[in-house]
Design a protein around this ligand. Structure first.
Ligand code: NAD
Length: 322
């Protein structure tokens, strides 16, 4: 099997490679060629208070089979100087069941998550979108913003965060792209043509009144039962898309709106249907579109497979017999 260490990923998988892998995966999921397996997420006993789990799937169109194993160890940083999110992707030969690769999954997770919201912006935001608004300014926010900025000729970044002292993280990414950054109140987000939410919130912060007509909203923080970033009323106003509808209504942002009966599961469209031309996506300049990016195992497999391919091409893949 091939081993691609975590340290090699940065030189192998760029934003374009992650984008292509995730876009193709969403299309394969919508066409029925690929499916995610039920997610396992368990609290581990002991003083580390860790959450551990698996996200897996199979993609017949890409001959991909495997899983990402990992989770969240909240004391890693303070106790050992290690990052709190830890994951590894394992790929298998779907014909034989033999393991084909083990790939460091930490940076890949950040890249595939950023790719998901940028795929949604590419396919659903207005062509004339020029102002991007961020809700959230933590580790993942910089990745989301960098990838989003490549999708339209944005001229300004605005942002809000519960902890305003973190906003310089966004300002830095805007400056790298040569763009001005302005910290705003939530009401100020009405000026944004695209809004990306990426927080670990358990209560809605972005309300329907904070979003202007014609905006595209990518909700990326809600990936667990109980988390919530946006007002269910916003999902009622918007045309709602998801990476995977089943996951969106159970552990994504739509869990709340569907749970409360504000919208129905049938109101959601897999974004893959837009990518493969089965659904028109946005149909007017005034329509609000909303993408619920819950994070699926197939995204991890897709970027890991790209990492393996690129490692082999560059001659940096480590091969071991298992
Ligand atoms: P982080 O800890 O670095 O940042 C957390 C962010 O949430 C910060 O901006 C913080 O100010 C904000 N925040 C914390 N508590 C809040 C609250 N009660 N209300 C509003 N904002 C609050 O985390 P991160 O790595 O940037 O991840 C952010 C979120 O994205 C997490 O919920 C994570 O699980 C999720 N995530 C989703 C995917 C996916 O595929 N959808 C992938 C990776 C991470």
């Amino acid at each position: 099997m091939i081993i691609v260490p975590e340290a090699a990923i940065a030189d192998l998988v760029d934003r374009a490679a992650a984008f292509d892998a995730v876009e193709a995966t969403f299309a394969a999921m919508a066409s029925g060629d690929a499916r995610n397996f039920p997610v396992v997420r368990e609290a581990l006993p002991g003083p580390e208070e860790a959450l551990y789990g698996f996200k897996g799937g199979v993609d017949a169109s890409a001959e991909a089979l495997g899983l990402k194993a990992g989770g969240y160890w909240p004391h890693n940083l303070e106790r050992r100087g290690l990052i709190n999110h830890q994951s590894t992707v394992f790929l298998f030969d779907p014909e034989t069941g033999r393991p084909t690769a083990m790939v460091g999954g930490n940076l890949l997770t950040a890249l595939r998550t950023a790719a998901a919201s940028s795929v949604s912006i590419r396919h659903l935001a207005r062509e004339d979108a020029r102002v991007i608004g961020m809700v959230g300014a933590g580790h993942q926010a910089g990745f989301q913003l960098r990838a989003a900025l490549e999708q339209r000729p944005f001229e300004k970044v605005i942002g809000w965060n519960l902890h305003p002292e973190m906003l310089p993280n966004l300002e830095k990414v805007a400056a790298e792209a040569g763009l001005p950054f302005e910290a705003v109140e939530l009401e100020g987000l009405r000026a944004a043509d695209v809004i990306v939410t990426i927080t670990s919130s358990f209560a809605p912060t972005l309300m329907a009144g904070h979003v202007g007509p014609g905006a595209h909203v990518a909700c990326m923080g809600t990936d667990t039962v109980g988390k919530q970033e946006v007002d269910p009323e916003l999902l009622k106003l918007a045309t709602v898309f998801a990476d995977e509808v089943a996951q969106s209504v159970t552990l994504g942002e739509a869990q709340h709106a569907v749970g409360a009966g504000t919208i129905a599961e049938g109101d959601l469209t897999p974004i893959g249907d837009v990518i493969r031309g089965v659904h028109p996506g946005r149909t007017s300049q005034e329509e609000i579109t909303l993408f619920d990016g819950t994070g699926v195992g197939l995204q991890d497999l897709a970027v890991a497979a790209a990492a393996v391919r690129l490692a082999q091409e560059k001659g940096v893949a480590v091969e071991v017999e298992i």
